[in-house]
Design a protein around this ligand. Structure first.
Ligand SMILES: Cc1cc2nc3c(=O)[nH]c(=O)nc-3n(C[C@H](O)[C@H](O)[C@H](O)COP(=O)(O)O)c2cc1C
Length: 421
């Protein structure tokens, strides 16, 4: 390369400067440009959020405008505005725990990027258009106002001192499904006047511990048990560890539970999960709750889950936090849906950030879709109001997607509308 050829970084910087100068000269955008310029010494979302993959030329424009960080949930135009507000408010170590994938974060990136490899073909002239009622969804016999649910995650407290309660209240107020670790069910029920989340659990080698946990969930009133089966052994969360090293404080200084399923201070997280399908049979024989298996990624396991009488197959790779094999959830959804063949609900999470993602997953056969990191962004930026805004934005965007797809109901979204790009 000749020395006069600008590097990609120089090109990016020059183009950014051109853009800011253009904005500063424009009467329409002058105010925004000044705040963008003022903030440009700080974090740019591209740098701060390497995993928010919004591709295309518009990305630079988009990110510069986003530098004028929002001051209230209502100002958020999409989830990435909320992500940026949270990124600015939350300590790096906490951010790392939430944002990390495993190893090189390939699966994490694939979860998001693969939504952009799926297209939805709109239909026209189809008569009545969708209303907010069109988003109402029944998931394993329970009615919700949308097919979007809050995934079970251990990070609520680190993102808001009142995080678990705020999350429970926000999902209850918007009548969305929440999945929550069994230990938190009672408090969530108290905070919401009796709404009981689905009960998430990691099975333990000691059977009595399992049986006691299932009994506890039943006593609180949980109707559905979600067994997470995708953390099988050891994994390395390098991004979390790097961000932690950049932040000298200890978790315990701002919240009382250590993060990370271990001591929260290591890149290596360990869990021993050498269970087989007989274990699932035993779980089925032990509890009256419906059973969902969270972490299915193959059609073979989808078919086995059905064979063993599971009620819900949850296509998930833990948001890219289990193996780093680069296989996204959305890419595996059609095969799993085919293997399940209508005999169980099919749930999906991983990379859902916009209403069009929800619409695509529903068209490909999902019964409902979950979000993990986005509710942390809501909590970290504006607490309960932030989480509500996350759900509100996703719902509104999903409704708009239904309108433009020519779908009066979620059921009108069909695999025939899907194209692989
Ligand atoms: C900070 C964090 C903690 C998590 N903890 C759990 C957990 O305790 N149990 C579980 O089943 N999944 C856990 N997950 C995975 C989520 O339930 C979910 O599968 C994932 O976040 C969905 O992907 P998304 O973040 O791209 O939306 C966690 C995810 C995050 C980001």
């Amino acid at each position: 390369m000749s020395s006069s050829t600008p590097s990609p970084l120089e090109r990016k910087t020059a183009s950014r400067r051109r853009f800011l100068n253009y904005l500063a000269a424009s009467p329409v955008f002058a105010g925004m440009a000044h705040s963008a310029l003022a903030a440009s010494g700080g974090l740019s979302p591209t740098d701060a959020s390497p995993f928010s993959i919004e591709e295309g030329d518009l990305r630079i424009w988009d990110n510069e405008l986003r530098n004028a960080a929002i001051k209230s949930p209502a100002e958020a135009l999409d989830l990435f505005d909320i992500e940026l507000a949270a990124r600015r408010a939350v300590a790096p170590a906490h951010w790392g725990f939430m944002t990390t994938g495993t190893d090189a974060n390939m699966t994490l990136r694939a979860n998001r990027a693969d939504f952009q490899k799926v297209g939805l073909v709109p239909r026209r002239m189809r008569g009545p258009i969708a209303t907010t009622d069109s988003l109402k969804t029944t998931i394993l016999g329970q009615q919700f106002d949308s097919p979007i649910f809050a995934c079970p995650c251990g990070g609520a407290k680190a993102f808001d001192n009142n995080g678990p309660e705020a999350l429970a209240k926000a999902t209850a107020a918007t009548n969305n499904l929440q999945m929550l670790a069994i230990g938190g069910l009672e408090d969530a029920a108290k905070a919401t006047g009796g709404k009981i989340p689905w009960a998430q659990f990691y099975c333990q080698p000691d059977w009595d511990t399992n049986a006691k946990a299932f009994k506890k969930a039943e006593d609180v009133g949980a109707k559905v048990l979600v067994l997470t089966i995708d953390i099988i052994g050891m994994r390395k969360v390098a991004t979390a560890e790097r961000l932690r090293r950049s932040d000298g404080r200890k978790c315990i200084e701002c919240h009382d539970t250590p993060m990370g399923g271990g001591n929260g201070t290591s890149a290596i997280l360990a869990m021993k999960h050498d269970y087989d399908w007989d274990f699932i049979r035993r779980v089925k024989d032990t509890t009256k709750m419906k059973l969902v298996l969270k972490g299915i990624m193959s059609p073979e396991d989808g078919a086995l889950a059905v064979k063993y009488g599971v009620d819900g197959v949850f296509v998930s790779n833990h948001g890219g936090r289990s193996e780093d094999f680069g296989v996204s959830t959305i890419s595996m959804l059609p095969e799993v849906v085919k293997a399940v063949n209508g005999k169980a609900a099919v749930l999906l999470d991983g990379g859902i950030r916009r209403g069009v993602d929800v619409a695509k997953a529903m068209a490909m056969g999902a019964t409902a879709v979950g979000i993990g990191r986005p509710w942390h962004w809501g909590l970290g930026s504006f607490g309960e109001a932030g989480v509500r805004r996350v759900f509100e934005l996703l719902r509104t965007e999903t409704l708009f997607a239904l309108h433009q797809a020519g779908a009066a109901t979620l059921k009108d979204l069909s695999p025939a509308m899907i194209r692989r790009l």
